[in-house]
Write a protein that binds this ligand. Structure first.
Ligand code: FES
Length: 209
């Protein structure tokens, strides 16, 4: 048997020469037809796999994006809850003018939007909360009848704020009042005074005039 590393003349090829019988360097660079045929189905397989991946991955990606967006919104909502925008809150202190602007025996409706009636009665000025002590509706001051009347369930309150008819279980509340540096009455709604607790004798709950 002949040595495969020898040529037809029986001498070994010089070093660096390809050992294939038919091969030249140029021929070796060309892809074999069989290899090209094998590559074609492989390409098809890869394309099918990519399509399958796309079909599976697209709903997954959509679900993931939706989940991430929902989590982001929840986080924003939590942050908003933790840091409420206090700038939108109405001020707790309001100036309501000078004591001389108020007439004895009269209720001033001008600050009703600020949840306050200013009343001058029996030589004192006080500020009543406009929140009914039954279920929180806003009563109306009826000048002719000299009473506050709640439109929701009919509770009635005297000019002092004390309840006398209907389901309201207790008198209206009073806010703190004081005279500011400029001589105007300042109503402070961060402090409230309740009759049933004996708060109305507290000098912060009225101004003597
Ligand atoms: S809320 Fe005023 S009487 Fe019910």
């Amino acid at each position: 048997m002949s040595d495969p590393t020898t040529n037809v003349t029986g001498t070994p090829p010089p070093s660096g020469t390809p050992t294939a019988v038919t091969g030249t360097p140029a021929a070796a660079a060309k892809p074999a037809p069989a290899a090209a045929k094998a590559a074609a189905p492989a390409k098809g397989k890869t394309a099918r796999r990519s399509l399958l991946l796309a079909i599976v991955a697209t709903p997954f990606a959509l679900a993931w994006t939706t989940f991430v967006a929902a989590m982001g919104l929840m986080t924003l909502g939590t942050l908003r809850f933790l840091f409420p925008n206090v700038l939108n809150e109405p001020p707790s202190k309001i100036k309501v003018g000078f004591p001389d602007n108020y007439e004895e025996g009269k209720v001033t409706d001008r600050f009703k939007d600020a949840n306050t009636w200013v009343v001058r009665n029996n030589g004192i000025i006080y500020a009543l909360s406009t929140t009914c002590t039954h279920l929180g509706c806003t009563p109306n001051w009826l000048e002719r009848e000299q009473k506050f009347k709640c439109p929701c369930h009919g509770s009635g309150f005297y000019i002092t704020g004390i309840n006398f008819e209907g389901p309201a279980p207790r008198p209206l509340e009073r806010w703190a009042v004081s005279i500011g540096d400029d001589g105007q009455i300042v109503v402070d709604k961060s402090k409230k005074f309740q009759y049933e607790r004996g708060d109305w004798s507290n000098p912060e709950s009225f101004i003597k005039v």
